[in-house]
Design a protein around this ligand. Structure first.
Ligand SMILES: Nc1ncnc2c1ncn2[C@@H]1O[C@H](COP(=O)(O)OP(=O)(O)OP(=O)(O)O)[C@@H](O)[C@H]1O
Ligand SMILES: [Mg+2]
Length: 347
């Protein structure tokens, strides 16, 4: 059992501002948790607090139910894979992978067995004598993973490990890391700002903003039931349209939607870009920009003076008259001030 619990966790670097602002999170044994959020929201800080590279300002970190606030990093049984890989440049791949075990005074034959076993699993056998500078980015990445795996830690922390790789390799490594997780049956805490990585890899996604958890749920719930506008805007491509609700009715570009079970006043309506062509009401727009991104076509236009986009099934030109089909059944409603989702939103 190697769950990680964060209890009322606070971190301030300067004694004034809390960059981690009272975080509570219960990461279960063997769970793959992905932390996502924009740059500076505190993702790396959370990993550094768990690993002990950074002191906790207040609150607690527990592993296996034990508070480890005062346990030195080397005794926490955690492996950390950094974005930069941080391989030792003067050591061979073999020695890089063996280093952690040597430090822990393992027997030479045990080290050799473990390193070769992991090298085989990661397809690194041919590269064991090379130095890091003689490797490609993807190979270095695998060495960094291998170095973490040989130690057989209780918990893996990974801080944007794929961000230095090209797009194709990222996709490939994504599934490799997932496979690794299934095989190792260990707790993974994985940081990324890539929403596709989060959705495809995580058993659970934790969305952070300004040092606070906005939502922590399965990818399905995060996508289908976002708790607030921040989450809705961060995962997927959602349009936000300002409307004024009067007696349960509002208008988008003059088209009336009624019977909505939400209070009167200014409200932000959310509709995903892929749901702009599957409703029962027609709204006509002229695109200002059109994009073809491989399999998808996206058009950009305004609704109620709010910038919106739609995924459409055919090519359009700027200025074409496009008929969108929207319905209130595909709408989310957010409080215009707080951004919190307004419940009972669906008609
Ligand atoms: N050693 C430090 N001293 C002072 N402030 C720091 C330190 N490290 C991080 N910060 C600040 O703490 C906040 C959170 O930083 P952190 O590195 O955790 O963000 P992040 O979510 O990992 O961002 P990114 O996606 O850019 O890596 C930021 O405002 C950052 O400037
Ligand atoms: Mg970071």
């Amino acid at each position: 059992m190697s769950g990680v619990v964060l209890r009322n966790l606070v971190k301030s670097y300067d004694g004034k501002k809390n960059v981690i602002d009272n975080i509570n999170l219960d990461i279960k044994d063997k769970e793959f948790v992905v932390l996502v959020g924009s740059s500076g929201c505190g993702k790396s800080t959370i990993l550094r607090l768990i690993s002990g590279l950074e002191d906790i300002t207040s609150g607690e970190v527990l592993i296996d139910g034990k508070v480890i606030n005062n346990t030195p990093p080397k005794d926490r049984d955690i492996a950390f894979v950094f974005q930069s890989y941080a391989l030792y440049p003067h050591m061979s791949v073999y020695d890089n992978m063996a280093f952690g075990l040597k430090m822990r005074k393992y027997d030479k034959s045990v080290i050799d067995e473990k390193v070769r076993e992991v090298a085989k699993a990661l397809n690194l056998e041919e590269l064991l004598d090379r130095k890091p500078k003689q490797l490609s980015g993807g190979q270095r990445q695998r060495v960094a993973l291998g170095r973490a795996i040989v130690r057989n830690p209780k918990v893996f922390l990974m801080d944007e490990p794929l961000s230095n790789l090209d797009a194709n390799l990222r996709v490939q490594m994504r599934s490799e890391i997932k496979r690794l997780h299934n095989k190792l049956q260990t707790t993974f805490v994985y940081v990324t700002h890539d929403q596709t990585e989060a959705l495809t890899m995580g058993d659970r996604i934790v969305i952070l903003d300004k040092g606070k958890i906005q939502q922590a749920d399965s990818p399905e719930i995060i996508y289908n039931k976002p708790a607030n506008k921040f989450v809705a805007g961060f995962i997927g491509q959602m349009n936000f349209i300002d409307v004024n609700v009067i007696n349960g009715s509002f208008e988008i570009e003059g088209v009336k939607f009624d019977g909505c079970n939400i209070p009167d006043g200014y409200v932000t309506v959310g509709i995903r870009a892929e749901k702009m062509t599957c409703g029962d009401k027609s709204v006509f727009v002229k695109p200002e920009i059109t994009e073809m991104t491989g399999g998808e076509r996206i058009v950009y236009f305004n609704l109620n003076n709010c910038r919106c986009s739609a995924k459409v099934p055919m090519d359009y030109l700027v200025g074409d008259n496009i008929e969108l089909k929207i319905s209130s059944g595909n709408m989310y409603f957010f409080d215009s001030e707080s951004g919190e989702v307004i419940k009972n939103e669906k008609v």
